[in-house]
Design a binder for this molecule. Sequence first.
Ligand code: NDP
Length: 432
Amino acid sequence: VHRNGGEDEFHQAVCEVLETLGPVLDAHPEYLESGVIERLVEPERQIVFRVPWVDDDGRVQVSRGFRTEFSSTLGPYKGGLRFHPSVDAGIVKFLGFEQVLKNALTGLPIGGGKGGSDVDLRGRSDGEVMRFCQSFMTELHRHVGEHTDVPAGDQGVSAREIGFLFGQYKRITNRFEPGVLTGKGLDWGGSRVRTEATGYGLAYFVREVLAAHDTSFDGKRVVVSGAGNVALYAIEKVHQLGGTVVAVSDSSGFVVDDDGIDLELLREVKGGRGGQVTDYADQRDGATAGDGSIWQVPCDVALPCATQNELSDKDAAALVENGCRVVAEGANMPTTPEAVDLLREAGVLFAPGKASNAGGVATSAFEMQQNAARESWTADDVDGRLETVMSDIHARCLETAEAYGSPGDYVAGANIAGFRKVADAMLAQGVV
Ligand code: NDP
């Protein structure tokens, strides 16, 4: 513990994985003999840097930048950048660790990494955001590249920020190298369906879970937390697949709308930066602003899509009490370990983020493929590939869980399948 002091989320993520690896380590002692576990929990490289920038009042602000290049065993480091005041070394490290196994699970040739900054850009002008991004990339450009490390967006980093980061990279290096970042605009190397991919992929994954239990989204009440990129597209796809999203949240609270969330209105409310989901209730007949936790709203399917550790054991107990059948993570590690245990013991079908939210990074890998081939695939093509990847991940989880003695357990299946893929490649590549 002393080696990674203060990195609580990292410890949590590692424990959750190691707890499930017993059967695979018993069956393959060579993993232990060659130090695979010790190497897997130690990032290949961690970069921490100063990001000085000037705000609109002419004051110098100093933020901290991070990039954890966790594993290049299966391909270039790949994972998003998060700009949020809660970002620190432990958060970036837990996200990077999860990313390694998630990326392996997609079956695509990508390693794992994550980065970001503790900057708070909410309410900042476009000029301030641009100056921050330029300063961030002035350091980051030394470490990234098509064959080395390919960042994308995450919380607080969407098309606008990726644009500013890409512009600065191009200026410093004098290279138009689209493969250096994913989540780009469509006119300059982006992929269709990348913006939608995590939310859509989550809905596709849940469709598979339901189908494996002889049911579907039809008539199901769904609760989605968050009202950002992942949540909005999850809502859109759930509605297309026949479910009804009856509650959403953001950092200001949550709203309940039994008729089904009006996505257009929600987008309008959240559109202006700083817009609050609770304003939705004022503008929609029958909708009410909720009190307490969103997880107390009765539902069949719960999709936590906001942030880490947002669904506690108390929340899990309320979900079980109200008859919820499926919890699938859209965010990274939104469910606390105690809540996960409680849900699984109660027989709720629980899909961990490294399986159910992998659609975003899979589509980022498709963006890299299009960039390398100088192609631009149609939306139907990308969406079809996304559906295939999600259904393959679902099948891989179930097959692996069955093979290692925990039939139907998505957590064990996802962890073991991702681990085996990385571990086998590590053995083949020697002690590096
Ligand atoms: P965004 O920044 O677009 O959205 C996050 C949303 O969550 C915002 O609406 C925010 O509220 C809300 N939120 C934050 N904290 C809380 C809280 N404690 N309670 C309720 N709501 C909260 O981020 P993304 O949608 O991109 O990412 C969400 C999660 O999904 C993260 O864990 C991310 O790592 C994960 N993820 C994202 C991927 C992607 O492709 N974007 C890929 C895979 C995983 P407000 O609007 O008030 O700020």
